[in-house]
Ligand binder design. Structure first.
Ligand code: NAP
Ligand code: F7E
Length: 348
């Protein structure tokens, strides 16, 4: 009999990659989507086109009754809890909703499993994050943050995720649930939302190359991130739930790069050379013809920033046999090429 997997946040970046991976492995795939989506809804139709094999279920992470009904109807072997308000900048603007969805929503999902009497049979994956580390001076990464590093979240998002992380561990310890947390560092790709910096840059570079945009406005250019490819990371999620025992694992590349470096590589991908002039809010990225292509807009600064994230995936590599395939230049290339295709006038 095929295993059944329930994926919350199936409409998001990771949800799409994971749904495909599970389908390819022979799972029956069920996905939670929110809102009043009828079958005729354009967003529903688009999702069904992308993943015709997945059964979509309307439920909100805020709604314990709907989640419980979904779990009872499906009887999943594995639940992947990917749904969240996931944008760090937005979490400062809507901290209460972020706490409810990204924090307490995890509890709702765990309770839906427990209330359905499946806590001993259903395996659970929680999407924890490197944002829980915070990257403060006293907490410098050294060889990279690992599973034992100290947490000090710097945003309402990071704080909410820390609640989700600990409540998952608590259910593991209290009820013997096979519940694991993946502490994932930034992962990107062609499915990334344009509100995140990498996709914002790849999209702008494609448009600048094609002449439909002149310049991109960004916030902090000097923060550093450990960026991997989302397709590699969903494999790690799945591997965590195939272990005999539940545990927590860092997934990362072990490399960190600035936003500036991402810009330089992305423009390089379309044959443009970016150089920098000025400082702070007056910083500008200029192309080989002297045209300003990158400007700083303080509107994109955050009240508190995570200056540097660098992960140490040694445990995942040793225990799960997980390894990222796509490196940093490969990731930038993949994203810019995708956006060039999408933005091209010939694209349908
Ligand atoms: P994403 O693209 O933002 O997807 C999140 C999904 O959650 C969206 O489909 C969204 O639905 C759904 N959602 C939001 N609020 C909901 C609610 N109240 N009820 C039900 N669904 C709701 O995020 P992602 O990049 O795929 O990340 C997946 C998970 O991993 C998230 O939990 C994120 O916080 C975490 N994470 C991501 C990264 C990363 O670098 N990508 C790193 C570490 C951890 P709509 O489509 O309707 O908006
Ligand atoms: O920002 C800086 C910004 O929004 C990265 C989420 O998936 O990964 C993601 O969170 C950096 C920050 O991702 C802009 O200040 C500059 O330093 O792409 P981001 P994030 O905040 O790292 C973690 C691991 C998650 O768990 C989250 O769910 O880029 N930055 N200029 C900008 N960021 C944005 N969004 N837009 C700018 O214009």
């Amino acid at each position: 009999m095929a295993k059944k997997a329930l994926v919350t946040g199936i409409a998001g970046q990771d949800g799409g990659h994971l749904a495909k991976l599970l389908h390819d492995k022979g799972y029956e795939v069920y996905g939670v989507v929110r809102g009043q989506m009828e079958a005729s809804h354009p967003r529903y139709k688009k999702l069904k086109e992308e993943m015709p094999y997945a059964e979509l279920i309307m439920a909100d992470l805020l709604d314990l009754s709907a989640l419980t009904r979904a779990v009872q109807a499906i009887g999943p072997d594995e639940v992947y809890n990917l749904a969240a308000i996931s944008h760090v900048g937005y979490s400062f603007r809507d901290p209460v909703l972020t706490a409810d969805v990204t924090g307490k929503g995890v509890l709702n999902m765990l309770e839906a499993i427990r209330l359905s009497g499946l806590e001993k049979t259903c395996r659970f994956y929680q999407a924890s994050t490197s944002e829980m580390f915070g990257g403060l001076d006293y907490n410098r990464p050294g060889d990279g943050y690992d599973e034992d590093s100290q947490f000090h979240p710097r945003s309402p998002y990071g704080v909410a995720k820390l609640y989700g992380h600990w409540i998952t561990k608590n259910y593991r310890e209290s009820y013997g649930m096979h519940a694991s947390c993946g502490i994932l560092f930034n992962h990107e790709g062609d499915r990334r939302g344009p509100e995140f910096v990498t996709r914002k840059i790849s999209q702008a570079v494609a448009r600048i190359k094609l002449g439909t945009q002149d310049v991109i406005e960004l916030g902090n250019l000097d923060s550093k991130r450990d960026w991997g490819y989302a397709g590699d990371y969903v494999e790690g999620m799945w591997r965590m739930l195939q272990q005999d025992k539940p545990d927590d694992y860092v997934l990362a590349t072990g490399e960190t790069h600035t936003i500036r470096e991402f810009c330089e590589l992305a423009f390089g991908q379309v044959g443009m050379t970016l150089t920098w002039r000025g400082a702070d809010e007056k910083t500008e990225g200029v192309d080989q013809d002297g045209v300003v292509r990158v400007k700083v807009n303080p509107e994109f600064y955050r009240p508190a920033e995570v200056d540097i994230l660098l992960g140490n995936p040694t445990k995942a590599e040793k225990v799960l046999g997980w390894k990222r395939e796509v490196d940093f230049p490969g990731l930038v290339k993949l994203m810019v090429e995708h956006d060039l295709r999408l933005e091209s006038p010939r694209a349908v």
